[in-house]
Write a protein that binds this ligand. Structure first.
Ligand code: ADP
Length: 288
């Protein structure tokens, strides 16, 4: 997107998590996944939510998407309390959620077709544009099973973008992709969103991916889940892979890892694999 397009880009939304607690099960025997958690997913920013496994990342995504309701507290989109799912907040999931019985084109046009607010020709034109944007124009009539993992994620992205959501929620969308496809998808996503003014909340447990994408790093701690720190990621844009070796990058990583490390140690005692990964990454860095 060039500068003029960015200036004309629509204003996207903002989500406020206000003193949210989410408890599963009975009061006495249940789990408190999130407790008294407050933060803002800022308008027009690429926010990354990172934390050890079990810190409530998926719970927060489900709450923001409106699939689940908080036990207490509230979630607002542009100041309006949410009461359930909406087309203004869409999720790109970890596992592919494409309908297997629909072609790529039918999957991508699904949202506007069921909403019945736009003319058929307009929907088709927009889908064609988005399929080109994600490089799937030659795969419009294929079924999900005929697409590679990376293509499926791109089809999902197009399926979300056609609805032009106020906030795009991405729950570890590249998990399970092989390393090379993952790197290509990372670069692709950056090019797609840099300068677009979109509000994105991206969940990952990969620290490098987090710093590479983020304007803001929201770090969660666990037992129960809550925001430990918010780090402003001021690496210049456009981002390039060369920045991964810059001094500022190393500082940001150190800062994030030291917070995650403290969280991981407590989780480690409870035997979580996510914690083991973070501890190992931190210790490797410390020993360099
Ligand atoms: P993350 O995505 O960071 O790994 P989750 O949001 O999946 O964390 O989980 C946070 C905590 O809530 C964990 O202790 C988990 O076991 C618990 N939890 C998540 N979903 C449920 C559920 N549906 N029922 C009971 N406990 C749950």
């Amino acid at each position: 997107m060039n500068r003029t397009e960015a200036a004309n880009a629509p204003e996207y939304g903002e989500i406020e998590i206000r003193d949210v607690t989410k408890r599963y099960g009975e009061e006495s025997a249940g789990t408190t996944a999130i407790e008294n958690c407050s933060f803002v997913v800022e308008r027009g920013k690429f926010s990354v939510l990172i934390g050890p496994s079990g810190s409530g990342k998926t719970t927060l995504i489900n709450l923001m998407a409106g699939y689940e309701m908080p036990t207490s507290g509230e979630i607002l989109v542009d100041g309006k309390k949410i009461n359930g799912p909406g087309w203004d907040r869409l999720v790109v999931f970890q596992e592919t959620a494409l309908f297997p019985w629909m072609t790529t084109f039918d999957n991508v046009t699904y949202g506007p077709r069921v909403q019945r607010q736009r003319a058929k020709a307009e929907i088709s034109q927009e889908a064609t544009r988005l399929l080109e944007l994600v490089g799937l124009q030659d795969f419009r009539d294929k079924y999900p099973i005929q697409l590679s993992g990376g293509m499926q994620r791109r089809a999902e992205l197009a399926r979300a973008l056609i609805n032009d959501p106020k906030v795009l929620l991405m729950d570890e969308p590249f998990r399970g992709l092989d390393a090379m496809t993952r790197e290509l998808m990372q670069e692709y996503l950056l090019r797609l969103f840099e300068g677009s003014n979109r509000t994105v909340l991206f969940v990952t447990s990969e620290i490098d991916e987090a710093i590479f994408f983020a304007d803001r790093l929201i770090i969660l701690g666990r037992s129960p889940g809550n925001v430990k720190s918010i780090i402003l990621d001021d690496l210049p844009r456009p981002r390039t892979f060369e920045m991964l070796t810059s001094q500022r990058y190393a500082q940001l990583k150190e800062e994030a890892l030291s917070i995650l490390y403290k969280e991981a140690v407590s989780a480690f005692a409870k035997g979580s694999q996510g914690a083991v990964d973070i501890v190992e990454a931190f210790e490797k860095r410390q020993s360099k």
